[in-house]
Design a protein around this ligand. Structure first.
Ligand SMILES: NC(=O)c1ccc[n+]([C@@H]2O[C@H](COP(=O)([O-])OP(=O)(O)OC[C@H]3O[C@@H](n4cnc5c(N)ncnc54)[C@H](O)[C@@H]3O)[C@@H](O)[C@H]2O)c1
Length: 254
């Protein structure tokens, strides 16, 4: 991690234009990071909204499944703010998925989910590495899910992809630890993000998933993830890597 003051640190949040990603981008910017929102939809509009709140944010179109987009995303961060310290791999396919028995998932749908949720973090980490190295270290924070820790029916592609994110986190932590780059994952429980609300998923999930399975029996909001992100992005986690932190009101215990 760079020795620079936090006010000069730079973070990219993929899928940061809406939902959990937007809340995480706003929280990093409010904590004095300069932030790049990378998304396939509304990246610049979301960045403008945060700039109007007095925050340092730019937006860039980036599809995390495209090598050139991920490289351009990092170049954009370096051009706008002079470097990169934190990569948040948040972009993922979840709220657009239809729950279905596993034998009704087509191979094409399986591959699409794997492409965004597993190829995406790989390409983003690969693109970010030179910029993180040139700062002398950094942070990669991956958004996993508690669904893969518990096992969850009717979204086998999704839970399998998030299992891969945890494996990716552990193995990449081993590769990059010597360079001062930590790699950790946050596993949210079912969260009332913009996408979840727009898709009406909260109705379908029901009381047990939303509240009753948790020790703290209330709905989970995107803001509940902010504390974990700021910890993994900041100096206090310098000796913590390869970890997955479940943030779900005490439903899963690791
Ligand atoms: N909401 C939940 O209950 C929940 C629970 C656990 C984990 N998660 C994970 O949290 C992350 C965010 O979830 P959310 O609920 O905010 O989702 P969302 O659907 O509301 O937002 C996802 C964002 O990612 C962007 N995106 C999608 N594909 C992209 C691509 N190829 N390249 C760049 N951006 C892309 C979308 O445009 C959108 O802005 C996802 O990784 C999801 O799997 C969500």
């Amino acid at each position: 991690m760079s020795e620079s003051p936090k006010s000069q640190r730079v973070a990219i949040v993929t899928g940061g234009a809406s939902g959990i990603g937007l809340v995480l981008a706003r929280a990093l910017a409010a904590d004095s990071y300069s932030v790049v929102i990378a998304d396939t939809q509304n990246a610049e509009a979301a960045a403008k909204t945060l700039c109007d709140e007095g925050l340092r944010v730019v937006g860039v179109y980036a599809d995390v499944t495209k090598v050139s987009d991920t490289e351009n995303m990092v170049a954009h961060a370096v051009a706008a703010y002079g470097g990169l310290d934190v990569l948040v791999n948040n972009a993922g396919l979840f709220t657009s998925l239809t729950l279905k028995p596993f034998d009704q998932i087509s191979p094409a749908e399986w591959m699409k989910v794997m492409e965004v949720n597993t190829l995406g973090p790989f390409l983003c980490a690969r693109a970010a590495l030179p910029a993180l190295r040139s700062r002398g270290g950094g942070r990669i924070v991956n958004i996993a899910s508690t669904s893969q820790l518990k096992g969850a029916p009717f979204m086998l592609h999704y839970t399998s992809s998030k299992g891969a994110v945890v494996a990716f986190t552990r193995s990449l932590a081993r590769e990059l630890g010597g360079e001062g780059i930590t790699v950790n994952a946050i596993a949210p429980g079912f969260t009332l993000s913009d996408g979840v609300l727009a898709a009406g998923m909260e109705e379908r999930m029901g009381e047990v998933v939303r509240r009753l399975s948790r020790s703290i029996q209330r709905d989970q909001m995107p803001a509940d993830l902010v504390g974990a992100l700021l910890f993994f992005a900041g100096d206090g986690s310098a000796f913590v890597t390869g970890q997955t932190l479940a943030v779900d009101g005490g439903s899963v215990f690791l």
